[in-house]
Design a protein around this ligand. Structure first.
Ligand code: CTP
Ligand code: MG
Length: 231
């Protein structure tokens, strides 16, 4: 049984305006994707599959030499994140066994701390299903609904004691994950969502706020500060 990683990096970053796609935005002197790759390489992964848009011209023009022969770019990104992960997984299965662990990590989470990844591995490697990094919701959570004038108003307060915010990496057996993503009926925005639709309950592993997802321009400065604070 081996470990592999897959990084979907075929999005356009529509919420982060800029000259280049979000995954190539520069942070602490390197593309965001570079930091995400480096973070998963803390795990004993054999290969990091990077799923790119079929028309991606930027990846080939950047320097990935720090990762030696570990990277495998796959130009098979799809319409949605789920499509990109599924297409990448199908392509990767040529080199991966169904029982191998696949760690799926967003290019948009460049600050994944080493300790978080190590906790995920130690808590999930012996698990029957696998699991995800997540954070218990800290803020009070409101459900919104628009009134007649179109103004957003609070419709209800949710009980946050059972709510967690899902992060990546999410780790599952490669074969199970491919089956789950293929069969998913309802839209899914993470791997766990597809596994849940099979009636399985992935393990929740406490992550940290440092592992933020860079979505908006204001997140760039936070990510940059976190990366620069590290040795
Ligand atoms: N992603 C992907 N294929 C898609 C959509 C997203 O591989 N069709 C990847 C992104 O590149 C990113 C991760 O999935 O690494 C998480 O997606 P998100 O943070 O939403 O990035 P984008 O979809 O690029 O951004 P936005 O939603 O703002 O357009
Ligand atoms: Mg998106």
């Amino acid at each position: 049984m081996s470990f592999f990683a897959l990084i979907p990096a075929a999005g356009s970053g529509s919420r982060l305006p800029g000259e280049q796609a979000k995954q190539y935005a520069m942070l602490a002197g390197r593309p965001m994707l570079w930091h995400a790759i480096r973070a998963v390489c803390v795990a004993p992964v054999e290969t990091v599959f990077v799923v790119l848009a079929p028309d991606d011209r930027t990846f080939a023009a950047r320097d990935w030499s720090a990762f030696g022969g570990k990277l495998e770019p796959l130009y098979c990104g799809g319409e949605t994140r789920r499509d990109s992960v599924y297409n990448g997984l199908v392509a990767a299965m040529a080199a991966v066994d169904a029982d191998d662990w696949m760690l799926v990590h967003d290019a948009a989470r460049p600050c994944l701390p080493r300790a978080d990844l190590e906790r995920l591995l130690s808590e999930c490697s012996g698990d029957r299903i696998g699991g995800i990094l997540a954070l218990p919701a800290a803020d009070t959570v409101k459900r919104a609904a628009k009134d007649e004038a179109g103004t957003q108003r609070v419709a209800a307060s949710e009980d946050r004691s059972q709510l967690w915010l899902a992060q990546t990496p999410q780790m599952f057996r490669a074969g199970l994950l491919a089956q789950a993503l293929r069969q998913a009926k309802m839209p899914v925005t993470d791997e766990s969502g597809a596994i849940e639709q099979m009636g399985l309950k992935p393990r929740l592993v406490a992550g940290s706020r440092e592992n933020l997802k860079v979505t908006y321009a204001q997140d760039l400065a936070i990510a940059e500060a976190i990366l620069r604070s590290r040795p």
